[in-house]
Design a protein around this ligand. Structure first.
Ligand SMILES: *[C@@H]1O[C@H](CO)[C@@H](O)[C@H](O)[C@H]1NC(C)=O
Length: 181
């Protein structure tokens, strides 16, 4: 095989592999971008929900909270609404908290520092399932979420395989007809 043909075939394989990587990859969002996790300035109590509503959170993504002299809590919906920090589901005050979005549906975050939540340091994150045929719901268990991500991987592979195969085939016949082998 000529080195030209070999190189093109190699590139096609790399393109195929990168597609698989993109489809299955996860992303880390920094909460509030450069603002980090703090009491929003000028009483902008919708700041974090505005930030979150502009993003598309997928199953498997994570969010990074950066803060000083503060904390982050995951709470239930009722606790979120009341800024009730007495029974958090999750708590961290390391200043650098990575939270993994391991199910689809809604996550509720508040600051654990006194008075911060009611000043707008709280956020709802909606996580989309990987399954394009089922919208997210808060009832979904993590095991069904795993199954749906596997089904998407198989679905995308089946979809991509004939495309890559036919491009490879076209290219091989092109190489053959020009006697490049
Ligand atoms: C806060 O939430 C807990 C349960 O998570 C509940 O027992 C408690 O009564 C709540 N406090 C207030 C002030 O609503």
């Amino acid at each position: 095989m000529s080195s030209f043909c070999r190189q093109v075939l190699m590139s096609l394989m790399i393109i195929c592999a990168s597609f698989q990587l993109i489809l299955g990859s996860s992303f880390e969002f920094q909460v509030g971008d450069h603002m980090g996790w703090s009491v929003p300035r000028s009483k902008d109590t919708k700041f974090y929900n505005d930030w979150a509503s502009e993003k598309r959170f997928k199953l498997g993504d994570s969010i990074l909270f950066k803060y000083r002299k503060d904390s982050v809590m995951e709470v239930g919906e009722a606790e979120y609404k009341q800024c009730n920090s007495t029974h958090p589901i999750f708590f961290s005050n390391t200043g650098n908290t990575v939270f993994h979005l391991d199910r689809s549906g809604y996550f509720y975050f508040i600051s654990g520092a006194a008075g911060h939540c009611s000043k707008g340091q709280r956020m709802i994150v909606k996580v989309l399932g990987n399954d394009p045929f089922h919208p997210p719901s808060s009832q979904k268990s993590s095991s069904s979420a795993t199954i749906s991500s596997i089904s998407l991987a198989i679905f995308s592979f089946v979809l991509l395989l004939p495309v890559v195969a036919s491009v490879n085939f076209l290219f091989l016949s092109l190489c053959n007809s020009y006697n490049l082998f």
